[in-house]
Design a protein around this ligand. Structure first.
Ligand code: PLP
Length: 403
């Protein structure tokens, strides 16, 4: 006692956080405020199917419950449990990926991206990421002190990657290329020709390709081709997981498949192994759902796709028949990225819409967009009634403010 209390001072976070943003969850803070005022929010902002009329397949729940009952609650092997790794190798084979050098399980694709980037880039180096993009990539790069190098997806070409823009952006400090296919936020699926051209660019410039294919089974039309299947020699890390097509996002189970020339990949795969060991393991009992997910019946998928296709059609019809909106039809995943023709910024639009109409979207600038353009992202997971209500409210808001 008797000591004079030294006042505690403000704790300043690290400067590297300055550029860490995650718009999808950032707008949710304002939504909570609006909800506290007693308004019911129509949530079209977050890609979590379990918030809507989708449920995790019971066989997966049973596999995890059994693993827990059987005592698999200790740490798992750092790479993942053997039966899950076997199932992921089988999945790689079905996706046409040959020359697999390593597979490993992570806490979602999110952790896989974090580890794979940390094992590759030095401060000041850069990784090519799409614009618009899924903001996880920018957040991880910012955290690592790596440079952002965003290449354009071309809206006028149905959101295809702009190959000339990619080629122009490659410097001696460019280490990798991220390809999200099917894409978040545009819903686009890339053609075989586009993927071959991307692989060719990566090969010529000695880039690792990160192929984020977490939505590979959620496709409405067109064929989904795995980039790694077209380039067996090229170092490609393909990401997948249980969050989307297997409806278990909260389990935090994802994986990565490293394929390509063995000698070229070996040092990098060793480096990733060090990071996997230093974080001990991914969630253990949940990994026992990987084999039943990938090898068991896929009979939940037709129903999921039927619902999503109808919701996609409703969304595209709304966005292309409402003044001041236009939209490239998504071919996969559960997102649309309509263009907004208004004089105000899109964040202002999204915040105004939330306050007045209680519809929650994410502004296009949270994903990146071509200068001078404005967009917002719709998650079309809610049921048709909710979507219709939300779309009527958006149309009203546009009429009231921008007639
Ligand atoms: N990659 C993309 C393109 C996503 O859209 C998402 C989630 O929305 C993730 C990765 C995150 O996946 P996970 O839940 O496996 O971490």
């Amino acid at each position: 006692m008797g000591t004079i209390a030294t006042p505690v001072r403000e704790i300043i976070p690290a400067a590297r956080l300055e550029h860490v943003r995650y718009a999808i969850r950032d707008v949710a803070v304002l939504a909570e405020e609006v909800a506290r005022q007693g308004h019911k929010i129509l949530p079209l902002n977050i890609g979590d199917p379990l918030q809507f009329d989708f449920a995790t397949p019971p066989a997966l729940i049973e596999a995890v419950a059994k693993a827990m009952r059987d005592g698999f609650g200790g740490y798992a092997p750092s790479m993942g449990v053997p039966e899950a790794l076997d199932a992921i190798r089988g999945e790689a084979h079905r996706k046409g990926i040959r020359n697999v050098q390593s597979v490993f399980v992570t806490q979602g694709v999110s952790e896989a991206v974090d580890l794979c980037f940390a094992a590759l880039v030095n401060p000041g180096e850069n990784i090519l990421t799409p614009c618009p993009e899924y903001p996880l990539y920018w957040a991880v790069l910012a955290k690592l002190g790596a440079e952002l190098n965003a290449y354009a997806l071309d809206e006028s070409a149905g959101w295809e990657p702009d190959l000339d823009d990619i080629a122009r952006r490659i410097t001696p400090r460019t280490r990798a290329l991220v390809v999200i296919n099917p894409n978040n936020p545009t819903g686009n699926i890339y053609s075989r020709r586009t993927l071959e051209a991307l692989a060719d660019l990566a090969r010529r410039h000695n880039l690792v390709v990160f192929a984020d294919e977490i939505y590979d089974k959620l496709t409405f039309e067109g064929e989904h081709v795995s980039l790694a299947s077209l380039a067996p020699d090229l170092p490609v890390i393909t990401f997948g997981g249980l969050s989307k097509a297997y409806l278990a996002p909260g389990w935090r189970v994802g994986w990565a498949i490293a394929s390509g020339d063995r000698a070229a990949l070996a040092p990098y795969v060793d480096g990733i192994g060090k990071l996997l060991r230093s974080r001990l393991s991914a969630n253990h009992p949940e990994q026992y759902a990987i084999r039943p997910a990938l090898e068991g019946p896929q009979d939940h998928l037709p129903e999921v796709l039927t619902k999503l296709r109808r919701r996609r059609d409703l969304t595209v019809h709304f966005a292309n028949s409402t003044p001041r909106l236009s939209c490239v039809a998504p071919q996969g995943a559960f997102y649309a990225f309509p263009r907004l023709d208004i004089p105000d910024g899109d964040e202002e639009f999204v915040r105004g819409l939330l306050r007045e109409k209680h519809v929650l979207l994410v502004h296009g600038s949270g994903f990146g967009q071509a200068p001078g353009t404005r967009h917002f992202r719709i998650v079309f997971l809610p049921d048709e009634e909710t979507l219709k209500q939300a779309y009527a409210a958006i149309a009203d808001y546009l009429r009231e403010h921008y007639a």
